[in-house]
Structures are given as C-alpha cells and as structure tokens.
Design a protein around this ligand. Structure first.
Ligand SMILES: *[C@@H]1O[C@H](CO)[C@@H](O)[C@H](O)[C@H]1NC(C)=O
Ligand SMILES: *[C@@H]1O[C@H](CO)[C@@H](O)[C@H](O)[C@H]1NC(C)=O
Ligand SMILES: *[C@@H]1O[C@H](CO)[C@@H](O)[C@H](O)[C@H]1NC(C)=O
Ligand SMILES: *[C@@H]1O[C@H](CO)[C@@H](O)[C@H](O)[C@H]1NC(C)=O
Length: 293
C-alpha cells in the first residue's frame, strides 16, 4: 500500500469553494461544479474538455469508460523566481475522469480519475508521476517501480466503471512500454457520497493546477504562475454503458479555459484540434519547445 498523497484530494476539497461563477444551470457538488448545456466554460484552476453522456441503463452508471493519450509537459519557472520559496513552485495534474449524475443521498457521488502529475522542483527541473483516485477517497500515487513517468513521455490512460463501487484503471507509458492496470474499488463504500451516481454522466479530460502544495499559500491566490509546454490530448473517447462511442465531435462536448483567479488573464487555453484531439497551452509559452532533460 502506498501512502495516499494529499495532493489531488486536497486539491478537490479546496477547490469546492474556489470555483468561478459560471453561466447557466449548474450542479453544485462538493467536488465538482459543472454546468450542463453551457459552452465556453471558464474555471480558475482547471481546463480541458468534457463530454456529457446520457444515462441509458437504469441500474448502472451512464459511462462505461473514458480514455485519452497525452504528453507529460515540462514546467518553466518564471524568470528570476526564487524556487526555494515553495510559492514559486508549481504542480499540475492531467487526468481522465468519470462522474455520474445525481445520487439518492444529499452528498455528491464519486469521481474516478487517473492521470499524471507534473511538479516544478526547487532545482528548476520538472518531475512526474502517475496516480489514481476514487474521490472522495484520497489519491494514490503509483510508485516508480509500477509506473515510471518523465516529462516528455506519452501516457495513455483508460478507466472503466463496472458498478457503482467498482472500476478498472489502465495506465501505459507509450515511450517505455511499461503498463500498469488493476481493478479499483470504492475504498469507503459505507461513506455517503462515495459511490458512482446514476443519472447522466460526464467524461473529463482535464489539466488542473494542484492546490494545497504543502507549505504553499493556496494556488488560487497566486498571481504569477509558471508556464508549461503544450499538452496534446489525443485519441480522446468515451463509451456509454451500452458501448456507444463518444468523442469531442459530439454536441455534448465542451472545452474549458482557465483564468487566473479574479482576472480574465488566461493561464490555460483549451483549443479543439479534431474529434479526438485537443491541445491545452499556456499562452505565454505556446511556442516553447523544451529540451529533453
Ligand atoms: C479559450 O481561449 C481561446 C483563446 O483566447 C478562445 O478562442 C476560446 O473561445 C476560449 N474558450 C472558452 C471556452 O472560453
Ligand atoms: C439527461 O440527458 C438527456 C439527454 O441529453 C436529457 O434529455 C435529460 O434531460 C438529462 N437528464 C437530467 C436529469 O439532466
Ligand atoms: C507494484 O509492483 C510490485 C512488484 O511487482 C507489486 O508487488 C505491487 O503490488 C505493485 N503495486 C501496485 C500498486 O500495483
Ligand atoms: C502549442 O499549441 C498552440 C495552439 O495550438 C500552437 O499555436 C503552438 O504552435 C503549439 N506549440 C508547439 C511548440 O507546438
């Protein structure tokens, strides 16, 4: 058993009160805010693409699976930034996730997510690792022996929901050929809001600033954020419970940009590329081509 990392779970908990106020009809859940039927969504700490998928089966969650491939980005410190100060460091998670609609209890339901995390270190280099999470339970970082990830690697992540408390995660490093997969179960099935809800679901393909970096002030209060190299998501797809395939060409797909809190300054821009592909870029570094470290 690996020590659960606070990074991703804290991120979501902190995020609950930090959401931008979007337009349109929103579902407010402790862990997620999502406005259905609204295009051009802007958030202060996450960006990417989502696909809403209707529920077709009454006793199982709407979404069977979601998958995508992406390159793990490099992060570049701001010129002159003192990286001994943790507030000048930075961490981002890229992930594929599945949520359901509404549960019968008042608490919101689970989010199954898996992906990679990229962190800017004190020495100015970037490191990465893979993780998964059955939210609201804490995230679980895969040790390097099970999945080694470096910035620049291409990673494919596929996740599946088999029942309200059961799923499956597969993570593959396409550069090294290393593959990890396992069944995942809701770690606290007795806890309210921990099961995957029924109802219409959402497949998530996001990049997100990790809030709650230990010792740092909250990321959402930061004003000068380091930039990163383009993240290209490819082979983006999801399937509903009956196996129908959805992608970004579907009318229920949407793209989210991210702005610095309290401003309209974009920090991540999510740009469509095709029905199964999009790019997330940092406006200040979209032409940056990092040298392999
Ligand atoms: C995201 O930003 C790009 C570039 O400024 C813009 O073209 C696009 O409309 C924005 N999308 C959203 C969802 O606001
Ligand atoms: C679920 O999605 C379907 C198809 O998009 C829609 O007609 C229905 O109103 C949605 N249900 C809820 C509860 O949002
Ligand atoms: C990681 O690999 C080791 C050795 O193969 C194995 O014993 C362990 O169960 C794996 N851990 C996970 C989380 O899969
Ligand atoms: C990053 O993506 C942007 C938006 O598509 C593009 O203009 C830019 O050329 C890309 N940069 C690189 C280095 O590929």
């Amino acid at each position: 058993m690996i020590t659960a990392s606070c990074l991703i779970s804290c991120l979501w908990l902190l995020a609950a009160s930090a959401l931008a106020s979007p337009h349109g009809r929103c579902d407010f859940q402790p862990s997620l805010t999502h406005c259905s039927g609204v295009k051009r969504y802007v958030d202060t700490f996450r960006g990417g693409a989502i696909i809403d998928i209707p529920q077709l089966s009454h006793d199982k969650p709407a979404i069977l699976s979601a998958e995508a491939t992406w390159n793990v980005p490099f992060i570049k410190p701001n010129p002159g930034a003192d990286l001994h100060d943790v507030n000048n460091r930075h961490e981002m998670g890229k992930w594929v996730g599945i949520t359901g609609g509404h549960c019968n209890d008042a608490a919101s339901g689970a989010l199954l997510q898996a992906g990679t995390d990229t962190a800017l270190l004190e020495n100015g280099k970037t490191e990465a690792f893979a993780w998964l999470e059955w939210l609201p339970a804490a995230a679980f970082a895969l040790p390097p022996e099970n999945m080694t990830v470096h910035p620049g690697d291409n990673i494919r992540v596929a996740i599946r929901i088999d029942a309200t408390d059961e799923g499956f995660v597969e993570i593959q490093n396409l550069n090294t050929g290393q593959k990890w997969s396992d069944a995942v179960a809701n770690p606290h099935p007795e806890a309210a809001g921990s099961a995957m809800c029924l109802g219409n679901g959402t497949a998530w393909f996001l990049n997100e600033r990790v809030l709650g970096v230990p010792g740092a002030k909250l990321d959402r209060d930061r004003t000068v954020l380091p930039v990163f190299s383009n993240i290209s998501f490819a082979d983006v797809q999801a399937r509903d419970r009956l196996g129908h395939r959805f992608n970004l060409g579907d009318p229920s797909a949407d793209y989210w940009n991210t702005t610095q809190a309290g401003t309209e300054t974009p920090v991540f821009v999510s740009e469509p590329v095709g029905a199964e592909e999009f790019v997330i870029y940092s406006p200040e570094s979209k032409n940056w081509v990092p040298l392999a470290e």
